[in-house]
Write a protein that binds this ligand. Structure first.
Ligand code: AMP
Ligand code: GLY
Length: 421
């Protein structure tokens, strides 16, 4: 089978790697891919938001299956678009992708089906927002109602911060946000919960904890994710039952009441408060770096799973996992998540030593004349699986120390809550 993966991050390298193990695969293309995918697939430099060009490429090259990694093309309807040309695509439809594309869509669904989430209000202009904020008990959370690449969320400690958030959102800092949401601040611990769905059957696809803040001790600015570990320290059978019964099932039931079938990965970002789950947000894709953390522990052929979902036969598919823990540390360019230099060489690349339990997934990298250049904020993902988190992290740190990349940094405390050191 010939397959194309859309995206260029660590998540897409991990998906490409996982798929490359399948006996069913003859050739993989990555659109556009990175220096890591280039080793196992052919990178095709196309804009992931130009659906016409992607369609032409897929048809010309007789590609039989497409896997979409990031949210942007999903929310913009790439699945519906390609399916119209009889191309098989793995991922949710445009309507289903509103779960991530519109926070208000999801909040209204939560309200209608009594899905536990932070109390909220929707505001369409600055004055209304300001009037509400003046009487609100802080901290509160203010969010732009559009895809803002993980940004566009403000945790406001006082009225002044809230006013600033409202001003920035309505002045277009995050693109064209016509509405904003003001939410109650939930105090608890976050967890990423994943399922796969074929429209009627759902299966658990792992849990993880992601470290979103840039600095050690979970301090500083929000990022796409500085590292993650699997499984989440919070998961237990009682909590899992609540997540499925109170959050996932009512969501999918609510979508099907509107004739929307959900097919693909579904990622629930949850706040766990005293073993009770609250939905913070949905993502219609795998998490990044959670995907890099979870896929190495998957035993089952990923292509079999994807095909089962597309053919609506997930019920017949048995998922098997290695009995291991997994940890991922993200190496970033100095300056991330703000400004950073691009096209900086990562020297010493060959000093990294990997055994069969270690994985190195590229994110913002490209290859030029045999050199690996960093072109993004998040550059490399070091993953190790082991029976204990400490060993996994020590192996990763050894490699990061050998690499000793002066233009980058990483958090040394990933998974500190499960490592007693
Ligand atoms: P989001 O993009 O909605 O996931 O929000 C980004 C981050 O802001 C989340 O990962 C949480 O850390 C935090 N956050 C969002 N909403 C809330 C909330 N209602 N209460 C507390 N923290 C929140
Ligand atoms: N790691 C957070 C995300 O993928 O959105």
């Amino acid at each position: 089978m010939k397959i194309a993966i859309i995206g260029s991050g660590g998540r897409e390298h991990a998906i490409t790697y996982s798929i490359s193990k399948s006996k069913k695969i003859k050739k993989i293309y990555c659109i556009p891919g990175n220096a890591g995918t280039e080793e196992i697939a052919e990178n095709i430099n196309l804009d992931i938001n130009n659906f016409e060009n992607i369609r032409d490429f897929l048809i010309e090259n007789k590609i039989e299956l497409v896997v979409v990694g990031p949210e942007d093309p999903l929310v913009n309807g790439i699945v519906d678009y390609l399916e119209n040309f009889n191309i098989k695509v793995f991922g949710p439809s445009k309507k289903a992708s509103q779960l991530e594309g519109s926070k208000i869509f999801t909040k209204n669904l939560c309200k209608k089906y009594k899905i536990p989430t932070a109390n909220f209000g929707v505001f369409t202009n600055s004055q209304e927002s300001i009037d509400f904020i003046k009487n609100a008990k802080h901290p509160i959370v203010i969010k732009a109602d559009n895809l803002a690449a993980g940004k566009g969320v403000y945790i406001c400690e006082d009225i002044q911060q809230s006013f600033k958030a409202v001003e920035e959102i309505f002045n277009g800092k995050f693109g064209d946000a016509k509405n904003l949401l003001i939410e109650e601040f939930l105090r608890g611990e976050e967890m990423s919960y994943f399922v796969i769905s074929d429209g009627s059957t759902i299966k658990n696809f792992g849990t993880a904890q992601d470290h979103k803040r840039v600095n050690e001790g979970d301090k500083g600015k929000n990022t796409g994710g500085m590292g993650a570990y699997y499984p989440s320290r919070l998961i237990n059978s009682d909590l899992e039952k609540k997540i499925i019964d109170k959050i996932i099932k009512p969501t999918l039931k609510g979508l099907s009441a509107d004739n929307i079938k959900y097919k693909g990965f579904l990622y629930a970002g949850l706040m766990i408060v005293d073993n009770e789950p609250y939905l913070i947000e949905y993502n219609v894709r795998m998490g990044d770096p959670e995907c890099q953390t979870i896929l190495p522990v998957l035993k089952t052929d990923l292509i079999e799973i994807i095909e089962a979902i597309i053919n609506e036969k997930l019920n017949d598919c048995i998922l098997q996992w290695h009995d291991s823990k997994s940890l991922c540390v993200v190496l970033c360019s100095n300056g991330y998540p703000d400004k950073y230099k691009k096209n900086v060489e990562i020297q010493n690349f060959n000093s990294v030593v990997l055994d069969e339990k270690d994985f190195l997934f590229h994110a913002g990298t490209r290859k030029k004349d045999k050199k690996i250049l960093a072109i993004g904020g998040r550059v490399l993902n070091f993953v190790s699986i082991s029976s204990n988190f400490n060993d996994a992290r020590e192996k990763i740190h050894k490699n990061l120390e050998k690499l000793n990349w002066k233009a980058g940094f990483y958090r040394k405390d990933i998974a500190y809550k499960v490592i007693n050191k």
